[in-house]
Design a protein around this ligand. Structure first.
Ligand code: MN
Length: 232
């Protein structure tokens, strides 16, 4: 037995929908500006290769949770996203081979301290304090790809939406993604070796906006899942 000098953290894991099994999580990669209308609302209009930032695995919050309004922000934003669960290692994966590396998919919210993100971006500093903080990655359980209807196994179509206190804020379709799941995996695996257990949050459509204490966030991706989070 290894003699650890402090207690090791438990393995972060996400439930597998409709089962008593869990998907163990390694890293969380997130794609920036992957829907044209969202890129526009953030002030960007050119099609660029996808770029990535990360969140710690232990930022994951289970579906249905109540989470505290985070510190150092007055502008916490919701970003509804489809989440890919990678089940097989690979580097330099071709777009054609990419789906064989996807174990399943779920729905997440990329909670963003927008004021921190923008302030750091304007100074050429990392986005970490805007994106990678406690409880910043609520997500549903994952469905194995094989359990999805055949038409959805490409993860390239289906409504994606989010409401706050019952008012629709984001309402789009996975078809609106600038880079599809296969391209995202190809690009990401050129820069790092993707490992089983890695997650990729695939970007958010237009309509992001602020939430505050007491708000109830509900969202989903057609056929993949629905999420509900309350801010305390
Ligand atoms: Mn995002």
């Amino acid at each position: 037995m290894t003699n650890y000098v402090i207690t090791p953290n438990p393995q972060v894991a996400v439930p597998v929908a409709g089962s008593d099994s869990y998907f163990p999580v390694r890293r969380i990669f997130c794609v920036g500006r992957n829907y044209a209308e969202h890129a526009k609302e953030m002030g960007f209009s050119e099609k660029e290769p996808p770029f990535f930032f990360t969140k710690p695995a232990d930022a994951i919050v289970e579906n249905g949770a109540t989470i505290p309004y985070p510190p150092i922000t007055n502008n916490l934003h919701h970003e509804i996203e489809m989440v890919l669960a990678i089940g097989k290692d690979g580097a330099n994966i071709s777009a054609d081979a990419a789906m064989a590396h996807v174990w399943g998919a779920g729905v997440g919210i990329d909670l963003t301290r927008r004021d921190q993100q923008v302030a750091h971006r304007e100074k050429g500093r990392p986005w970490c304090w805007g994106k990678a903080f406690d409880n910043s990655a609520p997500m549903t359980g994952f469905h194995p790809l094989s359990a999805l209807p055949p038409a959805q196994q490409g993860l390239d179509s289906g409504r994606i939406w989010l409401s706050v206190n019952g008012e629709m804020r984001q309402d789009a379709d996975l078809k609106d993604m600038i880079w599809n799941v296969r391209d995202i995996i190809a690009f990401c695996s050129q820069s790092v070796t993707l490992k089983a257990g890695d997650l990729i949050m695939t970007g958010t459509p237009a309509g992001v906006g602020a939430v505050t204490s007491g708000d109830v966030l509900e969202g989903g991706v057609e056929g993949i899942g629905e999420i509900k989070i309350t801010l305390s």
